[in-house]
Design a protein around this ligand. Structure first.
Ligand SMILES: *Cc1c(COP(=O)(O)O)cnc(C)c1O
Length: 371
């Protein structure tokens, strides 16, 4: 928290407007839509809920296929299962670690030859960096398949000068506790299609037909963000740019101190936009470094420093073991290599310079076999 949230939350308490909906929800939606430069936004209880409702709006149902990035958090793909549809996972490209247009193209061609085209494509923006949206959209547009941009990790980033999350039919943001700004939990669905957003909002509030008595012709969900949490979100939006700067300077310091080491490669920042570097991630080549990524993570852990592997690709998850997967090139799975060799370093916006040097020294010691 920045301190500015408290002013908004105080207003909630002073007005006693605790009931789920309220003026801060409307204002938060307006502010996000304005920030992103889109026509509208619907505040929801999570980013996962936003993906779920976007997929339902696109008519995804039992037995349908949905293409989805493989190198991501399970929340990107779980809503496909909620609707009884089937994910097909698409590999990353080495340049951005995001969805590979080569793999996407092959998935479309082979899908078509098997007699299906997907109902939707979920493109995720990894660790604060946009995917190469124009080349991916070109393929999806050719097949007339709508895109949901999972920008849960890339709020604050840009692609070709435009805010990340605004390139598909729908974009989603998350305000979960670990994201660049947070409402403790929450999400947002954005779009230029106001009719679609109205329908989604209807489903998110238990699908109540316009009648004084409670009447329902469709099933809905309890998926709206509360007025209290929206108030926190409004305070957080005031510091988004500050948070991006902080994450980028954390990345820059790691880069200055570690990038020269033979065998260490940072997640590349593509020239097409600005990454927030929500997380700083790098890969460790065990041949050239003399140690594995796992060894470094263990050394960090021994110094009480938390680090994580890069996401385990979804096509390798037991839950999705029977799903199709298209690798970047035949015989070259980029996401698997990133999972085997990748580390996400402590990247919080409030990480002190001193703490960051503890991380850097620990890695250096491990590489020099002092630990
Ligand atoms: C966090 C995250 C989500 C889910 O957001 P919630 O608000 O936690 O439901 C979805 N996709 C990605 C890529 C995420 O990192």
């Amino acid at each position: 928290m920045s301190g500015q949230e408290q002013r908004f939350v105080e207003d909630v308490f002073n007005s006693n407007w605790i009931a789920p909906l309220g003026p801060h929800v409307d204002a938060f939606e307006r502010e996000i839509a304005q920030y992103a430069g889109v026509k509208g936004a619907v505040a929801l209880s999570s980013g996962t809920a936003a993906i779920h409702l976007a997929l339902r709006y696109l008519g995804v149902g039992m037995g349908d296929m949905v293409f989805c990035s493989s190198l991501t958090f399970a929340a990107s793909a779980n809503p496909i299962l909620y609707l009884g549809a089937k994910p097909v996972f698409i590999d990353s490209e080495p340049e951005t670690w995001n969805m590979s247009s080569l793999a996407l193209e092959r998935a479309f061609v082979e899908g078509e030859s098997k007699g299906y085209i997907p109902k939707a494509v979920i493109i995720i923006n990894l660790y604060g960096q946009s995917a190469d949206m124009f080349s991916l959209l070109e393929i999806c547009n050719r097949y007339n398949v709508p895109v949901i941009e999972d920008a849960a990790e890339s709020l604050g980033a840009t692609y070709k000068g435009r805010p990340s999350g605004t390139f598909g039919k729908f974009g989603i943001y998350s305000f979960n506790g670990n994201k660049i700004i947070t409402t403790s939990g929450g999400g947002m669905l954005i779009s230029d299609d106001l009719e679609a957003l109205e329908k989604v909002c209807f489903w998110a509030t238990q699908a109540r037909d316009p009648a004084r008595h409670y009447q329902h012709s469709e099933f809905g969900y309890n998926y709206r963000l509360s007025n209290v949490l929206a108030a926190i979100g409004r305070g957080q939006m005031l510091v988004l740019e500050e948070r991006v700067k902080a994450r980028r300077s954390v990345y820059n310091r790691y880069f200055e101190e570690l990038a020269y080491i033979d065998g260490i490669e940072f997640m590349p920042e593509a020239p097409f936009g600005r990454s927030t570097h929500w997380l700083t991630a790098l890969t460790v080549d065990p041949e050239r470094c003399g140690v594995t990524a796992l060894k470094i993570m263990n050394a960090l852990g021994n110094s009480n420093i938390e680090s994580r592997p890069v996401w385990k690709p979804l096509h390798l998850q037991p839950l999705f073991s029977n799903c199709e997967y298209y690798s970047h090139e035949q015989g070259e799975s980029v996401s698997e290599r990133l999972f085997q060799t990748g580390i996400c370093l402590p990247s919080g916006s409030n990480l002190s310079k001193q703490d960051q040097y503890c991380v850097i020294n620990c890695i250096n010691n491990c590489l020099n076999k002092l630990l």
